[in-house]
Design a protein around this ligand. Structure first.
Ligand code: CA
Length: 435
């Protein structure tokens, strides 16, 4: 697991890019997340970039300046493409060499700073696209607090199904409707069974919701028929992003049995453009544990490294901006805040379980963590939970009421890691609007 700290994590490191040194920012020199971007509106080719302060370091332009050699140079050459795919496929030693090279280029005392500054572009003037061609998307269900709260709404007599504490539950999602932050989501229609009716009707969803999730992007894959042992699972993970699994609860309630979600989820999924590498997250690892009274995982889902540092202290929040707030330039309303540390299943367990039957993961595959809800009701990662299934409307700071999303609403996910003695690093945001 990626826990080794080196000079790139030193909290005292500062960059010659002044905005990277401001306290509270998402993108100090210790972070260096990657995205695929271009200058907005000019028809340029997309290429890979690294976030530093309020700028993007254009890795295609940087490669032309040959700022470092060796494996790092090989990794940098892979970044001139309009996708992180080639870099992802190179593996963790190459990712690490690139991180060291970028960190040395961006340090306060870097000898070629003046020359390298030509490769900086303000983030305010760029547009992003998906970090790679994502071939497959699997959405897990790793928060026991979410599973229990939602189970109680759908099945009051048996909120948590008996397999939950043994199997990391997931379903196969849809990739064609994946979008990057800023995505416009058209309200879906589908079959809905009105309460008390004897037949369903086709109608626009009236119970449109978000789900606050963490996305896991796979770097190197595994061969078909070759399960990934849990101790090696994280070496296959390139990095993490934020993920909003938009959900139509009325479609879901009618269609989800017996095979799980289908049209209630497949109309849109939004991720953040920046991928934060597992290496950048190394200072924020936590021990993973399972309550003593719960079943302990089967051996293929357990190992010493998981117990020592398999969890992640990643703070998550979701905010809502209505059309009325936007018109008045009011700040978005904070709906909930939670932490990925509460997840019942870890990233390594997701990868080990996904491949245990021999299923092959490939570079660019995306795993969703499932809605992240904390142990208390106000830490819930969906409106379904925050409004008790639509029965308890929320009063927003603007005076407006919400049970589910209305047209014009914009949902903003944010994530960051912060701890005394470490540099704060952030994920930027994943936002999307209902039209
Ligand atoms: Ca989900």
């Amino acid at each position: 697991m990626s826990i080794a700290l080196d000079a790139t994590h030193d909290p005292k490191l500062r960059s010659w890019v002044a905005s990277a040194n401001l306290p509270g920012g998402d993108f100090p020199i210790q972070n260096l997340p990657l995205a695929v971007f271009r200058r907005a509106g000019g028809g340029e080719n997309f290429r890979c970039g690294a976030a530093i302060g309020d700028c993007v370091l254009d890795l295609g332009a940087l490669d032309m300046l040959s700022p470092f050699g060796g494996l790092g140079a090989e990794a940098l050459a892979a970044c001139a493409e309009p996708s992180l795919y080639r870099l992802m496929a190179l593996g963790r030693e190459a990712w690490s060499a690139l991180r060291r090279g970028l960190s040395e280029c961006l340090r306060e005392d870097a000898p070629r700073a003046a020359e390298l500054a030509a490769a900086l572009i303000p983030q305010s003037g760029v547009e992003f696209r998906l970090p790679a061609r994502i071939g497959d998307y699997t959405d897990f269900y790793t928060s026991i607090h979410h599973a229990t709260a939602v189970g109680r709404l759908f099945r009051p007599d048996q909120p948590l199904l008996p397999n939950y504490k043994w199997v990391p539950i997931a379903y196969h999602g849809r990739t064609s409707s994946l979008g990057v932050s800023g995505q416009q989501v058209r309200r879906p229609q589908g079959q809905i069974m009105p309460r008390g009716a004897d037949r369903p009707q086709l109608a626009a969803s009236a119970r449109l919701d978000f789900e606050l999730e963490v996305g896991v992007l796979i770097g190197t894959g595994n061969g078909l028929g070759r399960p990934v042992p849990i101790a090696q699972a994280e070496s296959h993970v390139f990095g993490l992003c934020l993920l909003n699994d938009w959900s139509a609860r009325d479609l879901q309630a009618w269609e989800y049995q017996p095979l799980g979600p289908f049209l209630a989820k497949s109309f849109a999924t939004t991720i953040s453009p920046w991928v934060v590498t597992l290496e950048a997250l190394a200072p924020y690892r936590l021990p993973w544990s399972r309550p003593a009274e719960d079943p302990q995982p089967l051996p293929y889902l357990d190992c010493g490294e998981l117990r020592a540092h398999g969890a992640l202290d990643l703070q998550l929040e979701v905010a809502l901006e209505t059309a009325a707030m936007r018109a008045r330039r009011a700040a978005p309303h904070l709906l909930a805040r939670t932490n990925f540390r509460h997840s019942y299943w870890s990233i390594a367990q997701m990868v080990a379980h996904h491949t245990v039957n021999g299923c092959n993961l490939v570079p660019g595959d995306l795993l969703g963590s499932g809605t992240q809800s904390g142990p208390t009701p106000e830490q819930a990662g969906s409106l379904l939970e925050l409004t008790a299934g639509g029965k308890r409307p929320l009063r927003l700071e603007s005076g407006e009421m919400r049970t589910f999303l209305e047209d014009g609403d914009r949902v903003i996910l944010r994530g960051w890691c912060e701890r005394p003695g470490c540099a704060r690093i952030g994920f930027g945001e994943a936002s999307g609007s209902i039209v």
